[in-house]
Design a protein around this ligand. Structure first.
Ligand SMILES: [Zn+2]
Length: 208
């Protein structure tokens, strides 16, 4: 009862609108959520053997949701993504793959409160029945990629990732929220392959 009351006050102070159709009361309404989605696949791109995206990053709705998820983490947004992931159809189910989320530097993770890639990795792990490996670490605290050009991004990522011991999986499904220039995921894939991983496939919510 108290909890419902608090939520009611919160809704009055911070009204929500569907990011797609602007209907009041929710971040993404049932009608907009139920629009059928088939994940798009692309074959080999540099170090990745393939990449699958649920959405095009040019889609305003999804990019707004991802920004909200990344910078003002809201449980409700996580719930929306979980529903979307559950309802999306995939051609690939990545049997025998192990999921690795693109890591954040520990300091960045503390600043942000969570690694959004890890939250998504848990949702995909549940959907496909795969396990998660967290041995890929980000050891250099880098400038935020979004502020840099393509070449600067690659320089910025130099030696940023290290695969820390343990058994090396043969096939990895690398998960992140977005793939824009691809610099981060390509660097992760390169490091994983240098450490003996045979196949690295990318899986993201949205691709630019
Ligand atoms: Zn809507």
């Amino acid at each position: 009862m108290i909890h419902r009351l608090i939520n009611k006050v919160k809704d009055l102070l911070f009204p929500k609108f569907c990011v797609n159709c602007e209907k009041e009361g929710v971040w993404l309404c049932e009608a907009c959520l139920s629009l059928e989605n088939l994940a798009q696949e692309d074959r080999a791109v540099a170090n990745l053997d393939g990449i699958t995206a649920l959405f095009n990053y040019g889609d305003n709705t999804i990019s707004k949701l991802i920004q909200m998820f990344k910078y003002n983490y809201l449980l409700e947004i996580a719930d929306i993504f979980e529903k979307i992931i559950t309802e999306t159809k995939f051609n690939n189910t990545w049997t025998d793959f192990v999921i690795i989320p693109v890591p954040l530097h520990a300091r960045r993770e503390r600043e942000r409160g969570l690694n959004q890639a890890e939250v998504l990795a848990m949702m995909f792990a549940k959907k496909f029945g795969l396990s998660i490996n967290k041995n890929l670490n980000r050891v250099v605290y880098t400038v935020q990629q979004a502020k840099l050009s393509g070449e600067e991004r690659r320089q910025n990522l130099k030696d940023a990732f290290v695969f820390k011991g343990g058994a090396v999986p043969e096939k990895v499904l690398l998960v992140d929220d977005v793939y824009t220039t691809g610099a981060t995921m390509q660097e992760c894939a390169r490091v994983l392959k240098n450490n003996g991983v045979k196949v690295v496939w990318g899986l993201v919510l949205a691709k630019g």
